[in-house]
Design a protein around this ligand. Sequence first.
Ligand SMILES: [Zn+2]
Ligand SMILES: [Zn+2]
Ligand SMILES: [Zn+2]
Length: 170
Amino acid sequence: MDESRRREISAMAHAAGGTRLEAMEEGPQRHRSWDEELRLRGYRVTPARQLVLEAVARLNHATPEEIAACVQQTAKGVNISTIYRTLELLDSLGLVAHTHLNHGAPTYHLATEAAHVHLVCQDCGKIDQASPDAIAPLTKALDERHGFEINVSHLTVFGRCNDCRSKDSA
Ligand SMILES: [Zn+2]
Ligand SMILES: [Zn+2]
Ligand SMILES: [Zn+2]
């Protein structure tokens, strides 16, 4: 048995015991490449999966429709339901993450990006990103009072951006 096969089996054994445990023991999953991650979990590396990941990386904060349009420039045959299924798979494997920037479809970004809170302006629609430090008091209070852990990258805060606010006062 070669070394890579041995690692794969040990990783699968860990995964069976819970991915949380695996992440704690082996460090963040981002140290593995996406294709390694897929293979380790028993999924094939397909052109559609590769194209979807590339589109998410290129577009950053894109809906499944936007990702489909991008993928279809290269591969016309990849339909929207494949895009949805692929995004759900990549999300469940921790390769992409999603948030909800409007009432429609979720919006995806790469899981390898630094954790960030999404700030959406309700007037101009601009999306900004804030560091998790910005909500540290909220994170702490919810942990202490509710035992609740915030999934930072899933979080979107709606409000009005600096530009729109300064237009008002001008
Ligand atoms: Zn969600
Ligand atoms: Zn994001
Ligand atoms: Zn604005």
